[in-house]
Design a protein around this ligand. Sequence first.
Ligand SMILES: Nc1ncnc2c1ncn2[C@@H]1O[C@H](COP(=O)(O)OP(=O)(O)OP(=O)(O)O)[C@@H](O)[C@H]1O
Length: 869
Amino acid sequence: MAEGVLQLDVASVVEDVLQHHGKRLCDIDLASRKAEEASLRRNEAAGWLRKMVGVVAGKDLPAQPSEEEFRLGLRSGIILCNVLNKIQPGAVPKVVEAPSDTVIIPDGAALSAYQYFENVRNFLDAMDEKGIPTFEASDLEQGGKSSRIVNCVLALKSYNDWKQGGGSGVWKFGGNSKPPSTGKQYVRRNSELFMNSLSRNSSAGEIDLTQNLNEMGTSHSPLQTLIRDLLSDKKQEYIPVIVENMLSKVMEEFEQRLESLNEEVRTTLRDTGVPSSKSHGDLETSNIVKDERQPENGSYDGAHALKHQELVEHQQRSIQELKNTLNSTKADMQMLQMKFEAEVNNLGKYLNGLAHAASGYQKVVEENRRLYNQVQDLKGNIRVYCRIRPFLPGQPKGLSIVEAVDERTLSVLTPSKHGKAKKFFTFNKFFGPSASQEEVFLDTQPLIRSVLDGYNVCIFAYGQTGSGKTFTMTGPKELTQESLGVNYRALSDLFLISEQRKDSISYDVLVQMIEIYNEQVRDLLVTDEIRNHSQNGFNVPNANLVPVKSTSDVIYLMNLGLKNRAVSSTAMNDRSSRSHSCLTVHVQGRDLTSGSILRGCMHLVDLAGSERVDKSEAVGDRLKEAQYINRSLSALGDVISSLAQKQSHVPYRNSKLTQLLQDSLGGQAKTLMFVHISPEADALGETISTLKFAERVSTVELGAARANKDGADVKELKEQIASLKSGLTRKERGLQSPSRCSSPDGAMFITSSPSCSSSWQSSIAMSTEDEKSVSGDWVDKIMVNSLDDGLDYSDELETHSSEIHFQCQLNLSKPKQMGSDVRRPSPKHTRSLIPQPPNRRVPNGINSASHKHGRQTVDTKRKPSGVGK
Ligand SMILES: Nc1ncnc2c1ncn2[C@@H]1O[C@H](COP(=O)(O)OP(=O)(O)OP(=O)(O)O)[C@@H](O)[C@H]1O
């Protein structure tokens, strides 16, 4: 049907466009509609043929045949010839009938096939002669076009109807059949207005909608191109609405034209006196319809009007169907739209959910990290950060044996029975080869800042030689702003914060730099020669303690320290540190409102690298150094092991290094170890043992860190005690030499005054001498009290007082504590090494010049075994 073709065209265009947008119009089942229509037409044709030949003769043709049944039923041509002969007797002079069941024809099948073909050919010739659309004989064979056969039958039916109706005028038929091959042409009425707008395609019988649209002024391009062009750049969700509007517009236009056509017909009928309500049959019986070729007269006008009427009715039916199609398309589109909206809504909700979950996840991760850190703080575990060095320039770039798994975990490729296996290690943080110095510092910063809140902090770098310890702590050989290591950044951060807090807290910062070289402690902040302080064991107090005011002071001092550091070129590292270096920063803050004192201390330790002497090709001095280094690192390993296993005895005293780190490893400090590894495959052994060591370190619990803070009341009490002591001391001024008295528990006090010895240093020396002569014991602790401000400067020497006295309490009752951490500097080493402007003074109380006047007191008290300062 023409209308069917129209709806198909429009819908298929829409479908094309939607497909173009990636979505099929699944719901519009055009194919099934088409098939339904074809079957209706086929049934009509079959029904009519059966009616014409009778049920018996038409037994081979079912009333509602499938395509195949229809084709097979008509294949012999017998039904077709008989029907034609019935309409026009003798049209097919000879019809070969089917052989009777009882008569056996030799080679019957071949004979009948030939004879059937004769039937079909005769039928087609006869049809052709009458100008009725035909089909190809091959259409009756398998794979032929049954629709053309249907068309032909329906055309014959129409012809029959026309003949039945008297055969007046010119018979014509429009269907999807093979065009007549002979010269007889059907007269088509092209003159009418309607036909101008809705002309039938002569071959396909389709409505030329393009022309319609052209006439409607919509466009000059073909319909499909037009619709495609129109829809191609539209969003998919708008397509249903656009198509719907488009179809409505077409319908509207169509109806308008039809209405005007109807009007024209009505006018014509009125003019010719034919009642417009009369049916086609009525008009036919009254013989009004005339052949177009008849001369124009009144009855011709009537026929003309009738044709109009017929066409109008036909088109009305088409329009109705079109409307139905439009409605169903609309419904489909609305469905699609609703579905689409629902899907978009669902998708939106889903995305919202995902976003919510993602942000929740982030929060949980943040919270986890915070809690983890809190737990770490509470447990006081040593934090371990792992950093891998990148391949160095000029080094053959192999595949790194270490891979990051996440920000805390790394895997190391190790050989195994089945090729390669991965070993996983988890630390507090893992820095990949591309991590910058700034990134590394950022994760260290909070720890460093807590020094200003009165905590003791220790950061030490551990790892195989050449793995990047010095790089992390100090930086590369050529320093730039970006490559500055943790040491520089830490100190400049301290200055920055102390500046920010200057309205509430006044900070003094002092720096000390030592190294442990071949088990000897050396002061790195000396300008003349490297001082060896190893005679008295771990005698760090004698190292210079230099007040610093700015980052540039620090840089100056560090450069001095680095210059003095024992560095050599080895096979593994052309600038290998041959010693353990320790930069110690003492911070003292005075709360300007409450008067409370905060004291924080930070060790920044760059350990010498462990090395395999065979690999480093060390001989002579290098070999000796390597042995010392390895020995002290192994002592560090022993300390870590016993701490990890919570053993009662921890062998701190086995090396200077462990003595230095004692407070940080077993005390209440906040401690961080940077463990360094190399990416090379031939460092696998060292890498694994380094990582295992680091794992053990991370299990060591230090206990919750405690800030060194004295409240104002404590301060007041201390002031009172100090003032009482001062009064007592004044009474004893007459003493010219240190006196000694014993306490009930066997402790001995040695009291001295500046008048008996010119400086308090000599008092200490004398005390120590005295101690040796009395018991050979060791002085556990030196405390210095400044009498004029009344503060207890335990562990710090304040030299701005006018009167200070020393008091040493010696342990006579318990075994000596070798190497106990008497590690506060003596005032003579508290001096400025930094070039000073003429009037510049180092912080109050730290300038060595100021302690010349006045009396000084040092209390040397014994503390229980294992308790640090
Ligand atoms: N993260 C890094 N990025 C770029 N270069 C690095 C990095 N880490 C180390 N290096 C370079 O690798 C070389 C060895 O590093 P470094 O001297 O810091 O190792 P080390 O562990 O201190 O060695 P040693 O124990 O022998 O003193 C140096 O040239 C250093 O500049």
